[in-house]
Design a protein around this ligand. Sequence first.
Ligand code: NFS
Length: 649
Amino acid sequence: MADFEEKSICEATIEVLKKDAGEHSTAFSRADSLKECTIGASGICCKNCAMGPCRLTPPKKEGDPEKRGICGATPEVVAARNFVRMIVGGSAAHSDHGRAVAHTMILAAKGEAEGYQIKDRIKLLEVAADLGIEVGDRPVEEIALDVGEKCMSMFGQQEGELEFGHRAPEKRQEIWRKLGIFPRGIDRECVEAMHRTSIGVDQDMENLLLQGSRCALADGWGGSMIGTELQDIMFGTPTPLKAKINLGVLEEDQVNIIVHGHEPLLSEMILLAAQSEEMIKKAEAKGAKGINIAGICCTANEILSRHGIPIAGNVLQQEVAILTGAIDAMVVDVQCVYQAIGELATCFHTKIITTSSKGKMPLAEHVEFHEETGLSTAKKIVEMAIDNFPNRGKVDIPKVTSEFTAGYDHEYINYMLGGKFRASYRPLNDGVIDGRIRGVVGVVGCSNPRVRGGGNHVRVVQELVANGCLVVMTGCAAQEVAKTGLMTPEIAYKEGVMPQGLREICEAVGIPPVLHAGSCVDNSRILVALTAMAKEGGLGDDISDLPAVGCAPEWMSEKAIAIGQYFVASGAAVVFGANWPTTGSQKLSDYLSEGIFDLYGNAWHWEEDPEKMVGKILSLIDTKREALGISAKRERVLYDMAMRRELEI
Ligand code: NFS
């Protein structure tokens, strides 16, 4: 394997890989040895029927005829179908997660889900109001049941408009209506997109992409939003907290349980079980000093944001964590779980425990998790980890951790800017208008071993901050940047990190310039925050007017494409790194990067080079600033607390 520093920028990851010296296969070594298929990667391989696969490679020289599939499909239609199917895959993953959360809330409201409760009553009432559910002085459980059932009905809804879509700015809703893409039901949009992309149905590139948008919107304003909102109601809406990240959070003398995957339904119960005296005593009886829970992937972001549980690492560290020899159990549910961990774990004492009927794998033990018996199952799993503690061989944990803050959701941003009685986005909008904040950038998505894991995230975010952008992050991208200090409020006091204007805002509000907003389904929080900015006034009246950009420098999952598409269809410009899945069709690529601008007021962009990516993002921001008439930089005196107090409420 090539130089380990070439593979990752994470100190702990490099240390572990160096010590392993290539003895075990990892995503890094496999990325080295497995060459990607360039035809598939560029989107022009059609395998939607058995006459193919039809590989529509571009003409070798000018004048050669363009290839067609056996059915006659053109490269742009093949690439569009593949692209839309990626959107469906991603939307289905997020939305099935949302469905599980709605199901659990219904059970919790009926008192049939062991260990679950309604923690955030205020959020419950807010969501109920948005869904048109009567609140009055009804018991919380009754309201929660109605909210759960209403959300569940959104999956199978056949007609009408998805209720959460009405949270979007009026102008955006009108655009969706005009284009005929206001999502109806979540499942319906996924099914229709699959139908239209099968052989011989929708053979119009632009029409296919309209359904792609409708499906993605059903994810962002549907499945993902249901996931986020109902999780907040059941487990609490996050507020800022301090936490630690990286493999150094593993404890040599404690039982280490990694929760990995996506749905906090499981990890919340594991946490509850591990904190019980009964389990702690059992661990002590086996010679351990306690039970240490740490997260990987988005499950990590979920329990971090609500409980401050440390993060062991992101998607690229799931195998590296096992290589430390310190993991007694890695408990997984769904999504982003590498099949390779099953085989790798056989070289160590680590138990891989699958828990979802939707996600089994060879060489793992399966303990099926059902919400009705959540806590008892969680106890059983924790016990398995405890029993495995004495089986450890050599343990070598890198002593690398970083501190950061997390838990910056829409509700908190609103509160921290305006205070409890005047919660508002006004100060943020004012900061953008007067140029102290150049723009707002959401940097999200995966870490990818093909692009020096984590490297692009950090370079992009550092430079955006240096150019005065406020950055909001989710997913594995957030976990990578959490290791740099950019998510600590103290960074605002450091010279040379950010311009004076952004620094003043960070100092006054007590926030870092990079805000950790949670997991990938929590990108729906960014939709809500952008909407709040648009509605606050002074920056146009739609998301497409805002100097705001979404970006995924190292994406790899279909889920990232679904997120990107719902951002574009909601009016935000989106810039992706790594590779771009439609490059095999110039026609489709031009349509996505230019053609759709006329529909949505923004479009897709892609750029592999992180420096050029930042240039692209800044120019997109500056174009919007110019259109708003706020391009001239106008410094002004910052209102401090004393001045604010003098303001009339
Ligand atoms: Ni998002 Fe979260 Fe990570 Fe990528 Fe996977 S964990 S849902 S898909 S790899 S950011």
